[in-house]
Ligand binder design. Sequence first.
Ligand code: OAD
Ligand code: ZN
Length: 254
Amino acid sequence: MNSNDYARHFLETVSTSDYSVVLTGAGVSTDSGIPDFRSPDGLYSKISQETFELDYFLNQPQDYYKTAIDHIHPLADKEPNITHKMLALLQKHDLLHAIITQNIDGLHQKAGATNIIEFHGNVTGFHCIQCGKTFDRTYVDKQIRTCQVPYCPCHSLIRPDIVFFGDMIPLEALNAAQLSAGSAKVFIVMGTSLQVHPASSMATLAKRYGAKLYIINREPTAMDTLADWVCHTELTDFSQAVMNALAAKERPQN
Ligand code: OAD
Ligand code: ZN
């Protein structure tokens, strides 16, 4: 099968499903210039996985923020790519109904998608760990530049609205993701190695409740053997082929 065959088959499948859900990971954003985590040139080849641990953040917030100001906060300036746009378009055609994302970059929203469940939070918000007051990036970045660590007027530490290893998944996101996964007729996995729990367990949950599991990723994932259909490809090629197939379906036939 080439990309066009994969895309046609994919479109046929979502066309026959009345509730389709996608779980996305860092691989959908690499074409926006954001490195993923575990590929050879991924973020973990440059910074330690410890950077995303809650204990590390609480004990050494200055080290976290030193890395974050260059590698994490600028994710908010990136632009969506063809995969984000393709998923938003599928939603407009009522072929996709929920997006569970592990990404913190906000690019599904920027592409115009809706019903997005941010499983690991987002890079744009910050709040005080003591009083809960919220802050934006401009305030936080300014404080990092002047005094290394941002503090709330109540003198407590400001933290990002992202999920660190050691944090709970936000309850609302966990509930919404479980509900969507459990209701899915088709559950699509895109651009994730499926190595991080509990995000990856949304795929097993969907499968257990009867969904067809589709995996589209450059490399094999932890759950390929569980899937009904696996496509190892570049997401840009796949998404372009899906857009083309969708446009061809819309053209009037002579
Ligand atoms: P990973 O880096 O583990 O996996 C990304 C996957 O996307 C890899 O298998 C790549 O092969 C694939 N990929 C990358 N670019 C691609 C492209 N253009 N086309 C097709 N496939 C591509 O990232 P995630 O699975 O998203 O959590 O990582 C999950 C979590 O681990 C993150 O949310 C983060 C991290 O630690 C926290 O920080 C809590
Ligand atoms: Zn406070």
